[in-house]
Structure formats: C-alpha cells, structure tokens
Design a protein around this ligand. Structure first.
Ligand code: AMP
Length: 280
C-alpha cells in the first residue's frame, strides 16, 4: 500500500529530499471518495512527474452548505486501495490543523471568474478553493498539478490564482471521465437515490444536444429555455444555470463565435450535479 502521511513536517522532509535529488514533483489535489476520474489524474501525474503526491482533504472552507459538508463521502481506506496500482509515492491526508491551524486568518480571493456560474450559487466556495490549493501546492512542493475539466470553472480559477500569485506550478487539465451512460463521475453521485441515478444522465444528454445545435448556428436565446424544460421533464428538480461561455476567460456567449464551453448545474434527488462540454 502507498504510504500515507498526515502531517506537513513529515511531508516537507520527504519533499525536500526529492527536490535535492532534482526530481519533479506532481500533485493531484482531491477531497477523497476517489473514482475513475481521480484515478485518471493520478495516472497522468505518474506519467508526467518523478514523484506523485495525491492529497485527500475535505476542505470545510469550500462548502457553502453545512449539510453538504457533513454528508460528503469519506472513504479513506478504499481510496488508498484504489490508488495502490498507480504507483503514487505518497497519499497526503492532512488533519484540519495542518491546513487551518489556530489563528488562521488568511484567504485568497480571485475576482471576476468566481462571481459567475457556480460562484453565483455557492457563495464563498471558490475562496475556499483558492485558499486551500496554494497551501497544498506549498506543502507538497509541487512543480506540476493535475486538475479535472469536470470542474472547468475551478480549473480556470486555479490557473488564474497561480498566475496572479507567481506560484511556479504548471496546472494541467484532464478530460472528464464518464459512466457508460454518460453521467460525469463525481463523488456526490454516491449520494444519489436510485431513481435519481437513473435519470441523472439526462444532464449530459441534453447538453450534448445543445452543443450540436450550437455548432450548427443555434443561439442560447433559442436553445436555453427548451433545454431547461427538457431537464425538468426528465426528472431534475431545479436548473441553476446552463450557459455558453468562452473556453478561455469564461465570457458569456450567445452563439459559437470562438472556442466555447457549455456549462450546467442542476439538482436531482437532493444532489447538485455539474457538467460541462467543449462546443465547436
Ligand atoms: P474533488 O475530489 O471532487 O475535489 O476532485 C478532485 C479532482 O478530481 C478535481 O481536479 C476534479 O476536477 C477532478 N475530477 C472530479 N471528477 C472528475 C471526472 N469525472 N473526470 C475527471 N476529473 C475529475
């Protein structure tokens, strides 16, 4: 089994030795409850760095909803078993005080990009992300970091934060891994009641249909309303947003006039699902 390190001093000692030997360190930050999506990042990191650290930390600051934090699946033992075949060097599972010691008073905020899409519905969420991620970068001494396109806005926000703070970590995005029926893998899928699990792939299917219509010249003004209606019809309880955004910079678009991304968030069975796909 892969070694698990729980305190930052021990991690630092290990990382310092690796750095001295000139090794490139890769990190895959996660909140655990690992699935094939996370494992694809571990595999990419294994191929792209000399040393790989997978971090598991359920970051309370990025939960805007206390019951979401409480219900978030925690499966450390299974996570370690799933990572075993991937040749990861260390699993870093910091206790809360390793990340937020008493008196902790700093937060990192990225303007603009965090006010739209998920940021508009999850106040404080991205501040939680952009506060913990640089800490994980510094604690792991990472040269490279792998993130999933599943959380496309998060990937853009993390890139912006690292560039703005001159953090010398290369941020690499990896494609979304899906179930055979098209549902994007997510740790929160474990929380879906059976009826909702059956209906949840409609999100990706509706988005796929929109993407094809947009590629043929359709506009969000004509496609947005019917798409939302189709999701409600398919069993979703609420659609937070379905938006076409510039792939780079996330400017709001009505039609496909540059490389773009269709992004959506919707609720089913008490679970909030997000998805996004490239368009054009
Ligand atoms: P999380 O544990 O949900 O915070 O996710 C940790 C990392 O795994 C993030 O970079 C996510 O974007 C990525 N990830 C989550 N789900 C998927 C997926 N289905 N495919 C690819 N990457 C994913």
């Amino acid at each position: 089994m892969t070694e698990i390190i729980r305190d930052k001093a021990a991690l630092r000692a290990r990382v310092t030795a690796w750095k001295r030997a000139g090794e490139v360190i890769g990190v895959v930050p996660t909140m655990g409850a690992l699935h094939e999506g996370h494992l694809s990042l571990a595999q990419a990191a294994r191929a792209g760095a000399d040393r790989v650290i997978v971090t598991i930390f359920v970051n309370p600051r990025q939960f805007n909803n206390p019951s979401d934090l409480e219900n978030y699946p925690r499966t450390e033992h299974q996570d370690a078993e799933k990572l075993a075949p991937f040749g990861v060097d260390v699993i870093y599972v910091p206790g809360p005080s390793e990340i937020y010691p008493d008196g902790f008073a700093t937060s990192v905020h990225v303007d603009g990009l965090t006010e739209i899409l998920c940021g508009a519905f999850r106040p404080g969420h991205f501040d939680g992300v952009t506060t913990v991620v640089p800490k994980l970068f510094l604690q792991t001494g990472a040269d490279k970091a792998w993130f999933g396109e599943k959380d496309y806005q998060q990937l853009q926000v993390v890139r912006r934060m690292a560039a703005d703070l001159d953090i010398p970590v290369e941020v690499i995005g990896c494609p979304t891994v899906r179930e055979p029926d098209g549902l994007a893998l997510s740790s929160r899928n474990l929380l879906l009641p059976a009826y909702a699990r059956g209906k949840a792939p409609a999100l990706g299917h509706v988005m796929q249909g929109m993407a094809e219509a947009l590629a043929q010249g359709g506009t969000m003004a004509e496609l947005g309303g019917p798409a939302e209606a189709a999701l409600l019809e398919a069993g979703f309880d609420k659609v937070e947003y379905i938006e076409l955004r510039a792939a780079d910079g996330l400017a709001l678009l009505d039609r496909l006039d540059r490389p773009a991304r269709l992004l959506a968030a919707a609720w089913i069975g008490g679970v909030r699902l997000i998805d996004n796909i490239a368009v054009g």
